[in-house]
Design a protein around this ligand. Structure first.
Ligand SMILES: C[S@@+](CC[C@H](N)C(=O)[O-])C[C@H]1O[C@@H](n2cnc3c(N)ncnc32)[C@H](O)[C@@H]1O
Length: 176
């Protein structure tokens, strides 16, 4: 494996094509005008996760509003650097992002990283399959993170119920 891969440079946004993103969204109804987290901050935040957790193949990582996958890419790279095999690293990494162009860009960045890591036993077709299953283009408000699927309309309707009676007699606005 390529232990010398320069993740700092890979996640550098200083020359990021923001104009290109704006122009490709000209005819889109939605534009979330996002700001992506620079590498230096990603590093500080991810350093808060223990070495034990990074090295644990059972741990799962979820990015609920992934943007162009700055965190997702870093997490994948750091899992590989902690000797998690590429399949397990992908299978334990999940993300949700609203904007389709971001998701497309993010997935291609994941594949680009994997192709540059000189991984033994690497199979791009299988990697794509796992990436597509675990990294979705969706509104996180209507995504069931526990079961990794869309909420059904019946479930959403249930959540939209305006009031909920609690045992103590108090009423509280439902979440949605
Ligand atoms: C400030 S950016 C941060 C992106 C990424 N987490 C990062 O730190 O680089 C917020 C992202 O959330 C996405 N987003 C906004 N509302 C969302 C929603 N309801 N469901 C999923 N993603 C959403 C936007 O498209 C945008 O890419």
């Amino acid at each position: 494996m390529n232990k010398n891969f320069n993740i700092d440079r890979f996640l550098d946004l200083s020359n990021y094509a923001t104009d290109e993103r704006v122009s490709r969204r000209k005819n889109s109804d939605i534009n979330s005008n996002e700001f992506f987290t620079p590498y230096s901050i990603i590093k500080v935040m991810c350093d808060k996760i223990s070495e034990e957790d990074w090295s644990d193949p059972e741990k799962t990582f979820v990015e609920p509003s992934a943007g162009n996958y700055q965190f997702v890419v870093y997490i994948l790279w750091n899992r590989l650097m902690h000797n998690i095999d590429w399949r397990t690293a992908l299978k334990t990494l999940y993300s949700v992002e609203l904007m389709e162009d971001n998701v497309k860009e993010g997935k291609s960045r994941l594949l680009s990283l994997l192709s540059q890591m000189n991984l033994s036993d690497y199979n791009e077709k299988e990697a794509k399959r796992i990436i597509n299953k675990n990294n979705v283009c969706h509104d996180f408000f209507t995504w069931d993170f526990i079961n990794w699927r869309e909420y059904t309309q019946a479930e959403l309707d249930l959540m939209k119920k305006p009031k909920k009676e609690y045992n103590d007699g108090l009423t509280q606005e439902a979440l949605f």
